[in-house]
Design a protein. Structure first.
Length: 219
């Protein structure tokens, strides 16, 4: 199931409830009856006064035929936003991310809808708001300063437009590599103590597969 504002990207939980309800052709009273609450409760959520309780979130997702992850990824209402610095991190869902080989990652350059679970050699659990993730081990001297040998990097293949200075997984001539992206002009840069790795211009032969979201170093 997919949320209607995965394309509209509305911010708060209440806004997402309202957009999904209207997309489903339901009134506030209709939705209230479906999940066993009062109509004023729906109005309170949609106006951002309060957020639905966690158990009600699941009922809302089912009733509106949207994904639970999309609904809960909305911003909390001001009255319920946690003041602790770790709150946003703790609210992120735990993802079981497939670990795939570098060779398998090349498939995503041609087919962004490929399923990494079918290529999984192992899994690792991470907390992340992004849902389209896979991980791979990196052993590349060209980025050794950022990712020492044996680092596991987590790739968000749902985001193919990394910001300037961020690391990404790209396919150059069909071969996947991890590099730092630079804009104006668009190029891929190494991060190494060695001088032998030249920048790579982003042209028609280069395909961005996804953004690096995290890296884990094993000892």
């Amino acid at each position: 199931m997919a949320g209607p504002s995965e394309t509209e990207n509305r911010g708060s939980i209440g806004e997402r409830v309202r957009v999904a309800r209207k997309a489903a052709g339901l009134s506030q009273a209709d939705l209230a009856e479906r999940i066993g609450v009062s109509q004023p409760a729906i109005a309170t959520w949609e106006s951002g006064v309060h957020d639905p309780r966690r158990v009600v979130m699941a009922k809302l997702a089912d009733a509106l035929s949207i994904s639970h992850e999309w609904l809960t990824a909305g911003a909390r209402s001001p009255s319920e936003a946690d003041s602790q610095a770790a709150a946003a991190y703790l609210r992120r869902p735990v993802r079981h991310v497939p670990v795939i080989s570098f060779d398998s990652a090349a498939v995503f350059a041609a087919d962004p809808n490929a399923d990494p679970h079918q290529m999984a050699e192992d899994y690792i659990s991470v907390t992340a708001s992004a849902a389209l993730l896979f991980a791979l081990f990196l052993d590349d001297a060209a980025v050794e300063q950022a990712f020492p040998k044996g680092s596991l990097v987590v790739i968000d293949y749902g985001d193919r437009w990394p910001a300037d200075g961020n690391y990404c997984l790209a396919a150059v001539g069909g071969k996947p590599i991890v590099r730092r992206i630079r804009r104006n002009p668009s190029r891929l840069e190494a991060s190494s103590k060695q001088d032998e790795f030249a920048s790579i211009d982003i042209d028609k032969g280069t395909e961005i597969i996804g953004c690096v979201r995290a890296s884990i170093r094993f000892h």
